[in-house]
Design a protein around this ligand. Structure first.
Ligand code: SF4
Ligand code: SF4
Length: 469
């Protein structure tokens, strides 16, 4: 899609793939509020780092937003009650990636303090302009502390604790905050809808984050298949033109400039390193982080959650999830409490169709097939995609024909066929030599392979089995 002149892309990822985006069933669907589920199961590890330490006992009455478990260390995140209700005995949740983690079950009370339009307004709606008037006067540490206390983690999937990204780092100063609105995974539209419906919150959160970590400029990257999001975010940040808004300096004490970068749609452009490369022209070194090149990356939903935490004092209890695919009757974008079973989301969307054969947590390129529909939604859940047999045309796997397509599409410049072979043979020395750990598990290689070799799956399993050095 080329878009209007103001939404035309200026850059795009050179590698990667362009699968059909299949976003149309939910791209125009306004976010709906899921009715409060009867029960939630809240995992104490929904993030990168150490599990949170439980602070509640069984049969304890808890309020919406009450702290259930506090962060255990710097790289950790607290979790909060996503409903008002009564806790039950500590349990174990099996996450979509197969990991078993401690969890707190809560039976919902009949009366909830927030529901329906009131809940929507509390999380995404309202007027943020008045609250954002004095961002430059706020104490940076207070902002980072509020984000930590709210249990905010990256909502794009990686679930890295956000307060860590907001900490000032004298040894590696940050000059740019990149707000990632690419949402390049097929089917998913949660970030798209957040940008369309809550752009002022996204921009407010970005400004708060930049105030906290000292970034001198903010770049919001959006792919050109989301022109409505581009327009909404531009309007929210008051961008009149790139030249007018992108180059102001922090040295004078002014607010950092906000620029919207429209990128040519390409998967996996939403990966942190790929987004930094395309939107900013900086190469994150192999094994390094965006921080190494002066950049912090935040997802747009994370940015909105930061605004809510700092400006409204609200913890992260809900998130937007896209429920879609040919295997679900009524695709929707839903605002749901963390800990809700996937089954409740599918029920709210008319349930699975008869021909649904697979339910994927996340998008089809990087997601995990769900073995149990009672698996809880976590802070990192961006979507659930129900696929039918027609979506899974899997002719039999054949031998590698050495065509090199997997190498051509790999955004990390790896040799997927070599790594997959090493993983299959459990030859860990060879796997390391071919940089298996640099793989971001984007699935491009498997998607492009004419021999239908499940390269990404083999590499993902290899990474899980790789002995620690
Ligand atoms: S090797 Fe990893 S990073 Fe490269 S295309 Fe395959 S899954 Fe993506
Ligand atoms: S794309 Fe498939 S067939 Fe082609 S070189 Fe890679 S593994 Fe072999």
């Amino acid at each position: 899609m080329s878009g209007s002149p103001s939404t035309r892309a200026t850059a795009g990822l050179s590698r990667g793939v362009h699968p059909p985006d299949r976003k149309s069933p939910t791209a125009e669907a306004p976010i709906e509020v899921l009715p409060t589920p009867a029960k939630v199961l809240i995992p104490l590890l929904q993030h990168t780092g150490a599990p949170a330490a439980a602070q509640v006992k069984p049969k304890q009455d808890v309020e919406l937003g009450e702290l259930l478990a506090e962060p255990d260390g710097f790289i950790s995140a607290g979790v909060h009650a996503s409903v008002r209700g009564k806790t039950a005995r500590a349990s174990v949740a099996t996450l979509p990636n197969g990991r078993h983690v401690a969890a707190v079950p809560i039976t919902s009370a009949d009366e909830q303090p927030l529901a329906g339009t009131a809940l929507y307004a509390d999380v995404l709606g309202g007027d943020w302009a008045a609250d954002t008037a004095n961002i430059e006067g706020r104490d940076p540490q207070d902002i980072a502390d509020a984000v930590r206390d709210a249990g905010i983690v990256g909502l794009g999937g990686a679930a890295f604790p956000s307060h860590v990204k907001l900490a000032r780092n004298d040894s590696k100063p940050i000059d740019t905050l990149l707000v990632n609105g690419c949402e390049c995974e097929p089917y998913l539209t949660a970030d798209h809808r957040i940008m369309v419906e809550a752009a002022p919150a996204v921009v407010a959160g970005a400004r708060l984050a930049a105030r906290a970590n000292g970034a001198e400029r903010i770049v919001i990257a959006i792919e050109d298949n989301k022109p409505a999001a581009v327009e909404a975010v531009r309007a929210a940040c008051g961008e009149r033109s790139r030249a007018a808004c992108g180059e102001r300096s922090r040295a004078s004490g002014a607010a950092p400039g906000v620029t919207v970068a429209v990128l040519r749609t390409r998967y996996p452009q939403g990966g942190e390193k790929q987004a930094v490369q395309v939107a900013l022209g900086r190469e994150v070194p192999n094994g390094g982080l965006p921080l190494d090149v002066g950049v912090v990356v935040l997802n747009v939903g994370t940015s909105a959650a930061i605004a809510r935490a700092v400006l409204r004092g609200k913890p992260l209890t809900h998130r937007v999830v896209t429920v879609t695919g040919a295997g679900v009757a009524e695709p929707k974008n839903l605002l749901v409490p963390v800990g809700t079973p996937y089954r409740a989301l599918l029920d709210a969307c008319g349930q699975l169709t008869r021909d649904a054969v697979r339910v994927v947590a996340g998008g089809p390129m990087m997601g995990f097939a769900l073995g149990d529909l009672d698996t809880p939604v976590t802070k990192g859940t961006s979507g659930v995609v129900a696929l039918t047999a027609c979506d899974l045309p899997r002719p039999a796997q054949t031998a590698c024909i050495r065509c090199g397509r997997c190498v051509d599409v790999c955004p990390m410049n790896l040799v997927p066929t070599k790594i997959a072979t090493a993983a299959r043979n459990r030859d860990w020395d060879l796997a390391r030599r071919y940089e298996m750990l640099a793989c971001i598990e984007c699935g491009c290689c498997a998607y492009a392979c004419p021999a239908r070799i499940p390269l990404a799956q083999l590499i993902r399993m290899g990474k899980a089995e790789l002995p620690r050095e």
